[in-house]
Design a protein around this ligand. Structure first.
Ligand code: BGC
Ligand code: CA
Length: 272
């Protein structure tokens, strides 16, 4: 398996790849540049929308709009007018937090988590000041759980009975029993543990066999795992230190789009 550079975006923190099967295009974000990008593989054109806050995640609505998890809350984004309107702001009191990764489940609930923005400050790194939230279709938001340091990848098993979740600094992928009807989570356990040299787990997706694909921040790779055994099945080397997320796309959903970050990349690595 070979990786190919499809868009030399020079992004700071490219993230949140999401394939739009209807429009056959890829949404992705530059979290720290406050940008939504819409990439058309057919023309190689990349449109960008600049917002006024950091953006951690984007999901599409049925009517062709988007929901975005920003620094100060979750908003609707009109992709034509580029205007945002607030849905909820569950951490209005935590001004140092921002939303990070998020995704919709099969019933259309939008799950998104938060993290402290001083992740790299101080001696011990960031504090577990974040949480995972669930926004229901009726606009009601609830906190699924707190105690999260850097809320990241989310994925559901093909049978919709398990939700996988990553809090990056734990270096683990955890699983919960998932009740698709109510959105309740239960029975948290660890299914994948990263070795010291592999970096930390960031974004994640899942394939039709129920195997999870994880981006390695600080680990130069995307890996495929069997969550039932905890075994690593595949490693795809990526020539960038901080690999942030991945998502399947393309006509047959057989292409894996991978995002990366230039944070911490040396000048030699950039030109090498
Ligand atoms: C966050 C970054 C963080 C990285 C590694 C990303 O999802 O947006 O701020 O450094 O994960 O944990
Ligand atoms: Ca991420």
């Amino acid at each position: 398996m070979m990786v190919e550079l499809v868009l030399d975006a020079k992004a700071t923190l490219a993230e949140g790849p999401l394939w739009d099967a209807k429009k056959q295009c890829l949404y992705w974000l530059d979290i720290l540049e406050n940008e939504v990008h819409i990439y058309d593989p057919a023309t190689r054109a990349d449109r960008s929308i600049r917002l006024d806050q950091h953006i951690g995640a984007l999901a599409l609505t049925k009517d062709g709009g988007a929901i975005v998890a920003l620094q100060k809350g979750i908003y609707f984004l009109d992709l034509d007018t580029e205007r945002i309107s607030l849905i909820c702001s569950p951490e209005a009191h935590l001004t140092n937090n921002r939303f990070n990764d998020g995704k919709c489940d099969s019933k259309g609930r939008f799950w998104a988590g938060t993290m402290s923005m001083d992740e790299n400050e101080g001696n011990g790194g960031s504090q577990p000041a974040g949480a995972l939230y669930c926004l229901e279709g009726n606009g009601h938001v609830r906190k699924a759980f707190g105690g999260v340091t850097i809320s990241n990848g989310i994925a559901w098993s093909p049978d919709d009975r398990i939700m996988y979740y990553i809090d990056s600094p734990t270096k683990q992928v955890t699983a919960f029993d998932f009740d698709a009807l109510t959105g309740e989570l239960a029975n948290k356990r660890t299914v994948v543990a990263f070795a010291e040299a592999e970096g930390i787990p960031d974004g994640m997706t899942i394939d039709e066999d129920g195997m999870i694909w994880v981006a390695h921040w600080g680990g130069y790779q995307v890996s495929r795992w069997n969550p039932s055994t905890g075994r690593k099945l595949l490693q795809i080397d990526v020539p960038v230190r901080n690999v942030t997320s991945c998502a399947f796309g393309g006509k047959h959903l057989d292409e894996l789009y991978i995002t990366t970050s230039s944070i911490g990349v040396t000048e030699a690595e950039k030109t090498g």
